[in-house]
Design a protein around this ligand. Structure first.
Ligand code: BJ8
Length: 425
């Protein structure tokens, strides 16, 4: 790995603590990823990105800052990245997926808070993640769940957090309210960057992010094939990296990988036997480097073929209408697209159940694993409805509540193995 210590020190990171993370990550990645057989060559790029996870992209962001550009950090798939890129700024995902950052979050948040929130706050407060320390970064929170809403107030004591108000229902007046919220966000981004967002620029931003989504869609479409040409672990990694990588590069590398996967399908080449059980994972997002569940499932012989997650289909399934030519029309198109995403923070949220049912059919799924992060009341409560819907379809469901620690690893493995056995494949 190139030497990024000077950059980390300039970012005022806690180098000693960060070294501990740098020591364990390569081993964890090697054990989970590099041990897989017959991986697509296109994964080399993503392996490289992980090997330099705190170096390559942060140094691009630092460079962007040096040239006068601005960086926005986000925590949710409802934040319209299109607006940020339209102003010549960069948006990067910040959700924390490692237990390493959890104790830092617990210094200011109750222990019984969702690990995603604790890790995200801890990564900033402990100064152990360069992404959270980019100079003048604008943190963009949102009002999706109670834990996040309160966490922004606490994080705001350390760094200003701009909060997007996400509606909790999907009536016409809610979509209109989100339109207004996007208008306000445009103003905020214009103020921060000093750049006016014209319809041309926003049109370019919309195309840029749509192209990224289209590449991710192509990759995921190939997972409908049997045998499946890419493991769930690899597909998850591609989506996780998409959150913070440059969107144009993400589309380019994603399309390259999709070409290879399509060739594999033509040759009937896969990474699991054609009769391996096919699993859909639904629930709370799996931020990098949370690979625990995929690893357990796939080392038990099943293939994860699709994720109804924010680190899955919720991130890239819907596109923004590109035909609008006025800011008003484009903002309406953005609001409509984002309100198609079905997070459990909405009530009612039947769209998510329909999405899972549709994906089960499209991806020829044998069983659903409904995995929630501990203390996410939204998803764990909605699990009842997920189970009900799957019962109607005769699809077995395993419900799991877990965190980022390895403490329940063996217990989860036992439960997953029993579930796979029950699928009888
Ligand atoms: S659109 S899932 S990224 S809010 S943080 S809700 S897991 S208790 S992350 Fe999320 Fe946006 Fe929804 Fe997706 Fe639960 Fe944790 Fe809250 Fe969470």
């Amino acid at each position: 790995m190139a030497d990024y210590r000077q950059m980390w020190s300039d970012l005022n990171m806690d180098l000693e603590k960060h070294d501990l993370l740098c020591e364990v990550l390569p081993e964890a990645f090697g054990g989970v990823y590099l041990s897989q057989e017959n991986r697509p060559q296109g994964m080399d790029f993503y392996d490289f990105v992980v090997s330099e996870i705190h170096g390559v992209r942060p140094s691009e962001l630092v460079e962007h800052r040096k040239n006068g550009g601005k960086v926005f950090g986000t925590f949710c798939v409802y934040v319209p990245d299109e607006v940020v890129f339209a102003a010549g700024a960069i948006a990067t995902g910040l959700c924390g997926g490692s237990q390493f950052w959890v104790p830092g979050g617990e210094k200011v948040l109750p222990a019984n808070t969702c690990p995603l929130i604790k890790a995200s706050v801890g990564a900033r407060l402990d100064k152990t993640c360069p992404f959270f320390l980019i100079e003048d970064m604008v943190f963009v929170g949102e009002t999706t769940c109670d834990g996040k809403k309160k966490a922004w107030e606490i994080l705001n004591q350390d760094v200003p957090v701009y909060v997007l108000d996400i509606p909790q229902m999907k009536r016409e007046k809610d979509i209109a309210a989100f339109e207004q919220e996007i208008m306000d966000f445009i103003k905020k981004v214009e103020d921060v960057t000093g750049n006016k967002i014209t319809p041309e620029a926003l049109g370019e931003g919309i195309k840029l992010i749509n192209n990224k989504r289209k590449a991710l869609q192509r990759i995921n479409n190939t997972r409908k094939a049997s045998p499946v040409p890419i493991s769930g672990k690899d597909a998850l990694l591609v989506t996780q990296i998409a959150f913070y990588d440059d969107p144009a590069r993400c589309a380019q590398m994603g399309n390259k990988l999709a070409d290879e996967l399509e060739e594999r399908i033509a040759k009937q080449e896969g990474v699991f036997p054609a009769d391996a059980p096919r699993i859909l994972i639904t629930g709370t997002p799996m931020a990098i480097p949370n690979w625990k569940l995929h690893h357990i499932i796939e080392t038990a012989g099943a293939a994860v073929v699709v994720e109804e997650l924010c680190t899955g289909t919720r991130y890239f399934e819907n596109l923004v209408d590109e035909t609008q030519t006025t800011i008003e029309g484009q903002v309406r198109a953005l609001a409509e697209r984002y309100m198609k995403t079905n997070c459990a923070c909405f009530t009612p949220n039947p769209g998510r159940l329909d999405d899972i049912a549709r994906l089960v059919k499209q991806y020829n799924v044998d069983g659903v694993i409904d995995a929630n992060l501990q203390f996410c009341g939204l998803y764990s409560t909605e699990s009842y409805l997920v189970k009900q819907k799957m019962d109607e379809l005769g699809i077995p469901v395993l419900h799991i509540e877990t965190d980022y620690s390895e403490n329940d690893f063996e217990q989860l493995r036992t439960r997953v193995e029993a579930f796979l056995e029950m699928l009888g494949k």
